[in-house]
Design a binder for this molecule. Structure first.
Ligand code: GLU
Length: 476
C-alpha cells in the first residue's frame, strides 16, 4: 500500500482522565487528515498502565470523541490486550542481536545514577551488559531486555511541523523494552502497535518528540518503515503560559456543559496550531478539504475563551433552527437543571422552542445563555418577577398593560408582525414612546427585563398564555 494513496492515522489516548482539550485537538487533526485523504483514523487506547487506566476514562474518551463528531474507523484497540505480541517483538530483537539481556540489580542501577549525578552527567544506562557474555549472568536473576541503541551517528526525524529534528545517538541510551516480569515498555508497544495497525502517519503532541527518536530506532532495527511524523505544538493560555484549568485545560465534557456546539469547537480547535491563510471561520467540510500537515505551525497555540465564545455565538446564529434545537436538546442532560427541563419538553414545547429559536439565537453565545433566554417558555403562571422587572411594573407600566390587553385580545391574527402593528399604532395614537409599552410587556411576559424581541415572545407564547400573563400583572 502506498501511504500517499490511503493514509492510516491513529489517535492513541491514555485513559487516565477525560478527553482533555489538547487530546481533542490531536484527534481532530488525525481525523481531518484521514478524512481529507480518503484514509482511515484508528483508535488505540493506551491502557497498559493498569493502575492509572480506568474504564470510566475510556468511556469518557469515546463519548467525547463521538460528541465532537470524530468517528474512528473499526473497533478501538486495547494496547494492553496486545502485550504478548509486544513481548514477541522484544524476543525477535534479542534473537537478531539488536537487544540484550541486562541483569543489573536495582542497587547497581542506583549506583550508576549516583555516579552520573556526581559527575554532573545526564543519567543513562552505562551499557554494562551490552557486550557482556551472557554466560556470566548471575544465577536466579530475571533479566530485562534492553534495546541496543546505536552509539554513534544521529537519528533524524523529518517532522512536518518541527522540521528536520536531529538527535545525537549518544543521547539515547539502551532503553528497557521488556521488564523482568515479561511486561513490555511504552516505546516498544507504541512501535509494534503502529506497525501492526498499518499506521502511515503519526500526528501527536510535541511532548512525544524524544520518544519519536527512540521509536525510530526500533523501527529501523526491525526493518520496518518509519511512519510520516508530525509533532503538534502545545496549547498555551492567552498569556503564553502553560494552559491552566482556568484558561481552558479541561475535558471536552466541560465544554459540552458550558454550552459550546461541537461544530464551533471543531472550528476553534482546528485553528489552534493550524492555519489556512487568514480563514477563521470555516465548516468542517472545508477543514477536511483544506487540512494539511504542512499547515501545522511550529510555535505554541494560544487558547482564548473570548474567541471561542464569539465563534460559538456565530455558529449559534447561523445554524438552522431545527439543527440548533437538536443540539440544544442533546445538551440539556449535561447541564445543571437540564434534565428537569428536558422532562417538560413534549412535542408542543418542542414546537414552541422551534418557533422561539430565531429570537433566542440572536442573543446567545452559548447554549447555557440560550437556555436562560428560553426560560420564559417554561415559566408557570403567575410568573416569578425579578427586581428589575418589578420596577417596570409600576403604576405607569400597569396602566400600559391595561390599555394593551383589550387591543391584543381583539387581534385577528396572533403573530409577531400584526401584534407589533397593534402596539405601535396605540403608541402613536397616544403619543407615548413604544418602549413604555414594550418594557412592561416584557416584564409581564418573561418576569425579567431582558428577553428576545418582545413581539416574538408574544407570538411564541400563544394568545391564551400571553394574555393570561399580562392579565396577572394588571391585577397585582
Ligand atoms: N498515549 C499517548 C498520550 O496520551 C500518545 C502516544 C502517541 O500518540 O504515540 O499522550
Amino acid at each position: 500500500m502506498s501511504s500517499a494513496e490511503s493514509p492510516v492515522t491513529r489517535f492513541a489516548p491514555s485513559p487516565t482522565g477525560f478527553l482533555h482539550i489538547g487530546g481533542a485537538r490531536t484527534a481532530l487533526f488525525n481525523w481531518a487528515y484521514a478524512r481529507g485523504h480518503k484514509g482511515k483514523m484508528l483508535l488505540r487506547i493506551e491502557d497498559t498502565d493498569r493502575e492509572r487506566s480506568n474504564p470510566a476514562a475510556v468511556d469518557a474518551i469515546l463519548d467525547g470523541l463521538k460528541w465532537l463528531g470524530l468517528e474512528w474507523d473499526g473497533e478501538a484497540i486495547s494496547q494492553y490486550s496486545r502485550m504478548q505480541r509486544h513481548a514477541e517483538v522484544a524476543h525477535e530483537l534479542l534473537k537478531a542481536g539488536k537487544a540484550y539481556h541486562c541483569y543489573c540489580s536495582p542497587e547497581e542501577l542506583a549506583a550508576m545514577r549516583e555516579k552520573a549525578e556526581a559527575e554532573k552527567r545526564p543519567i543513562r544506562y552505562d551499557g554494562t551488559w551490552r557486550d557482556r557474555d551472557p554466560s556470566t549472568a548471575p544465577a536466579g536473576v530475571k533479566p530485562v531486555i534492553r534495546f541496543k541503541s546505536p552509539q554513534e551517528g544521529e537519528t533524524v526525524i523529518h517532522d512536518n511541523a518541527q522540521g528536520r529534528v536531529v538527535i545525537p545517538n549518544k543521547d539515547l541510551d539502551d532503553l528497557i523494552i521488556l521488564r523482568s516480569d515479561g511486561n513490555p515498555t511504552y516505546n516498544l508497544s507504541v512501535v509494534v502497535d503502529d506497525h501492526d495497525m498499518g499506521v502511515t502517519h503519526i500526528i501527536r503532541g510535541v511532548d512525544h518528540l524524544t520518544n519519536a527518536a527512540r521509536q525510530t530506532q526500533i523501527y529501523l532495527a526491525m526493518g520496518w518503515q518509519v511512519p510520516n511524523m508530525t509533532h503538534v505544538p502545545l496549547i498555551h493560555g492567552p498569556d503564553g503560559a502553560k494552559l491552566s484549568k482556568r484558561h481552558g485545560a479541561l475535558g471536552v465534557e466541560a465544554y459540552r456543559a458550558m454550552g459550546y456546539l461541537p461544530a464551533a469547537l471543531r472550528n476553534y480547535l482546528a485553528r489552534l496550531g493550524w492555519s489556512h491563510g487568514d480563514d477563521e471561520i470555516f465548516s468542517t467540510q472545508q477543514l477536511v478539504e483544506w487540512f494539511s500537515l504542512e499547515g501545522i505551525n511550529k510555535s505554541p497555540a494560544r487558547f482564548d475563551f473570548v474567541k471561542l465564545e464569539n465563534l460559538n455565538g456565530h455558529y449559534i446564529r447561523h445554524m438552522p433552527d431545527a439543527e440548533l434545537l437538536a443540539d440544544f436538546l442533546a445538551f440539556l442532560p449535561h447541564v445543571e437543571g437540564g434534565p428537569e427541563l428536558l422532562a417538560k419538553i413534549d412535542d408542543t414545547m418542542k414546537a414552541k422552542l422551534l418557533a422561539a429559536m430565531p429570537g433566542l439565537k440572536e442573543r446567545a453565545k452559548t447554549l447555557v445563555e440560550l437556555k436562560a433566554s428560553a426560560a420564559y417558555l417554561f415559566a408557570q403562571r403567575p410568573l416569578a418577577i425579578d427586581d428589575k422587572a418589578k420596577a417596570l411594573l409600576n403604576d405607569e407600566g400597569k396602566a400600559a398593560l391595561k390599555a394593551l390587553h383589550p387591543l391584543l385580545a381583539a387581534a385577528p391574527e396572533w403573530a409577531a408582525h400584526p401584534l407589533e402593528a397593534i402596539v405601535k399604532a396605540h403608541a402613536e395614537a397616544t403619543g407615548i414612546k413604544l418602549g413604555k409599552f414594550a418594557q412592561p410587556l416584557r416584564a409581564a411576559l418573561t418576569g425579567t427585563s431582558t428577553s428576545p424581541g418582545i413581539f416574538d415572545v408574544l407570538a411564541v407564547l400563544g394568545r391564551e398564555e400571553a394574555l393570561g400573563r399580562i392579565g396577572d400583572q394588571m391585577a397585582t
